[in-house]
Design a protein around this ligand. Structure first.
Ligand code: NI
Length: 186
């Protein structure tokens, strides 16, 4: 066994590597599950966060909610930075303040690939949440980060952004998604 191999074996033993998680695709009914609060930020949650971050970066997303990987606990990961090196972890997020101003923003979602449409969101929000170490933090967010947090918090309530659209649009998207998944399965 070569040194490098031993090092890798040890790394796998003591720090299990991250894993890519499958992302649920709309209209999968599991996307409408309401997530439960995390009771304790333990090693299992830390592993989930690592896996979600890897999954989000791999999918080139700017945010991912645990709901989307079929884990129904209040965990969100986000990175809206240009450099993709500023992960934000929000566990048990709660909105503590919202700006009176709202705006229409074009959104997309890793669970609804290829679809972009307008949703009205608060311009600015303050969110209280735990971080990956279980420490309480308050995040003051505006612009893209604020939109992203609102979008991901909706996921934890079982809400996908297409539910803000008209029934006609939503049904069209549903049909398109089902057709695309059928073609992928072939
Ligand atoms: Ni989404």
């Amino acid at each position: 066994m070569k040194k490098a191999k031993i090092r890798n074996a040890l790394r796998n033993l003591y720090a299990p590597s991250m894993a890519l998680l499958p992302i649920l695709v709309y209209p999968d009914p599991r996307l409408h599950t309401v997530a439960k609060p995390v009771a304790t930020v333990d090693s299992r949650i830390a592993q989930l966060v690592d896996d979600m971050l890897e999954t989000m970066y791999e999918a080139k997303g700017i945010g991912l909610a645990a709901t989307q990987v079929d884990v129904h606990q209040r965990v969100i990961v986000i990175d809206t930075s240009e450099e993709r090196n500023t992960p934000l972890v929000l566990i048990n997020p709660a909105l503590v303040w919202t700006s009176p101003e709202t705006h229409l923003n074009e959104e997309g979602c890793l669970s609804v690939p290829g679809i972009y449409d307008g949703v009205v969101r608060f311009n600015e929000i303050h969110v209280q949440a735990l971080d990956q170490k279980g420490q309480s933090q308050t995040v003051q967010a505006q612009e893209l980060l604020a939109v992203c947090i609102q979008h991901e918090m909706d996921h934890l309530l079982g809400k996908v952004f297409v539910e803000y659209l008209s029934p006609l649009k939503r049904n069209r998207i549903k049909t398109k998604m089902i057709k695309a998944q059928r073609e992928d399965a072939r």
